[in-house]
Design a protein around this ligand. Structure first.
Ligand SMILES: [Zn+2]
Length: 488
């Protein structure tokens, strides 16, 4: 099935569910075995698919696979078409919307880069005078009477952006500009709904330029804050065979940031699980396997959160374990396993999280003879919402913005003292800059878990209804998880 434009995804899905048989196809396939599934995985297939995603990005204005763009929508189409051709999975495309904001600011005729604060209202202000707020605007008395009907300019610092935006509106401001107190564009959140005028952040340097201009006369600005929604899609593929009451869920995010094509982050994980899904179709499984490709991860794990929010407690209880793969081909790589037992970082996952960590520790120590290290189980990728729902989780990664240690350089080669992926969230996150060796080895780790749990969950703790147990578990870290946005 060929999908010519993206608006056709839902229509295509509708025809897909009409034509696809809902009951398992009678098959005479051998029961999956780890070594057999791993053996058929090829580097050349990973690379070929990496190039396909990169082509999607480069055919897009902005050369990325950001949510809502042709680059991302083509990625979703490609997954659906590839999986559908296998006639092995029940496929679901799950649409959802992501709030989106943009802003433009011009001051005395010059354009300035601005970032709308999360929770700002929309609004267009034309040729309004800018009024400097005294001190750092943490006191109502800092807001002068002449703010009424004008735009407030305030320094970042000490009190919340919400406090400043609230004071400004109360003083009659029709717009609020907060400038940074350190270098760089200020990207912030008001933290929740409130009585604000349209509010944006700007850089320290731009703030100082406007403050200086105010010192020598009246300054007027145009400020436009636009709010909209981006429609995007998760893709789910569940084996038609296997016990549908005992499911292994396997996930990766499909979206990139705006800065680049996102081939390590996270074309690598998307392709890694796709390749395992393709090869799995030559085998049978005792348990069901559900692959999930999440959108909106870079905007705050929104796709995984949406998926988990659609599960009833009964459906969530069927998922025995969720495993996540985000960045598995980093050029200055490490072999990291999520610290599900809390031994290194003291954040423990629900029962089963420790066991999957051990599965991979044993696999890489024994079969492959590659050292591994634990990575903090902090919910900074799509497993966060699963943990929040009490579902056991694990994952593998080759590293993002952590800095390589001397010990790691000794183990894996590469460069000590720089980050695992120097191209992280940049235009250089391309196929050419991946490490294919770690990519295939971590994809084999995916296959090992899929084969092991596809056969049996006997190594996991007995199934306990989540509603009937209480436990200490990793709790995702709110705003920090959602891209580290700053409230102050
Ligand atoms: Zn990622």
């Amino acid at each position: 099935m060929k999908l010519s434009s993206y608006a056709s995804v839902l229509a295509a899905l509708a025809s897909l569910s009409e034509s696809a048989p809902t009951e398992p196809v009678a098959r005479d396939l051998p029961l999956v075995q780890s070594n057999q599934l791993r053996r058929v995985l090829l580097r050349s297939e990973l690379l070929k698919k990496g190039n396909i995603l990169q082509d999607f990005a480069y055919a897009t204005e902005g050369r990325n696979r950001y949510i809502g763009t042709p680059g991302h929508n083509s990625t979703v189409n490609y997954l659906v078409e590839t999986l559908d051709a296998l006639n092995y999975y029940d496929i679901e495309v799950q649409p959802f919307t992501v709030p989106s904001a943009s802003s433009t600011l011009s001051v005395s005729g010059a354009e300035y880069e601005s970032a709308p604060m999360t929770f700002t209202p929309a609004g267009a202000i034309v040729a309004a005078p800018v009024v400097l707020v005294a001190n750092i605007g943490c006191d109502a008395a800092d807001y002068p009477a002449e703010l009424a009907g004008n735009i407030a300019l305030i320094s970042r610092g000490t009190c919340t952006f919400a406090a400043k935006a609230t004071f400004a509106k109360a003083a009659g401001a029709i717009g609020t500009i907060i400038y940074n107190n350190v270098e760089g564009l200020l990207q912030g959140t008001l933290g929740g709904e409130g009585d604000y005028a349209p509010t944006v952040g700007i850089s320290l340097a731009d703030g100082q330029t406007i403050v200086a201009a105010l010192g020598s006369g009246t300054v007027t600005a145009d400020l436009d804050v636009d709010l909209s929604e981006i429609l995007t899609y998760n893709v789910l593929a569940t084996t038609k065979g296997g016990d549908q009451n005992n499911i292994l869920a396997v996930g990766a995010h499909t979206d990139s940031v705006q800065a680049g094509p996102g081939i390590n982050d996270n074309g690598s994980g998307s392709i890694g699980i796709l390749e395992v899904a393709i090869k799995l179709a030559s085998f049978s499984t005792n348990n069901a396997i559900r692959f999930g490709w999440w959108s909106g991860e870079e905007e705050g794990l929104l796709g995984a959160e949406h998926y988990v929010s659609t599960l009833s407690q009964e459906e969530a209880d069927k998922i025995r374990l969720y495993i996540n793969f985000d960045m598995i081909a980093s050029p200055n790589f490490v072999y990291e396993i999520y610290d599900g037992d809390g031994s290194a970082f003291n954040l423990t996952g629900p029962p089963g999280s420790a066991e999957v960590e051990k599965l991979w520790e044993d696999f890489y120590r024994g079969e492959v003879d590659i050292p591994t290290k634990p990575t903090e189980f902090d919910g900074r990728s799509d497993y966060g919402p699963f943990l929040d729902a009490g579902i056991a989780a694990g994952g593998l990664t080759s590293g993002a913005d952590g800095v390589k240690t001397a010990q790691e350089a000794e183990w894996y080669g590469g460069t000590e003292g720089i980050i695992y992926d120097p191209n992280y969230h940049t235009a250089r996150d391309t196929v050419e800059n991946l490490n294919v060796g770690v990519w295939i080895q971590l994809t084999k780790g995916i296959a090992h878990a899929v084969a092991t749990y596809g056969r049996s969950f006997e190594t996991l703790p007995a199934k306990v209804k989540r509603s009937e147990r209480s436990e200490k578990r990793a709790v995702s870290a709110g705003f920090q998880r959602k891209g580290g946005k700053l409230v102050y």
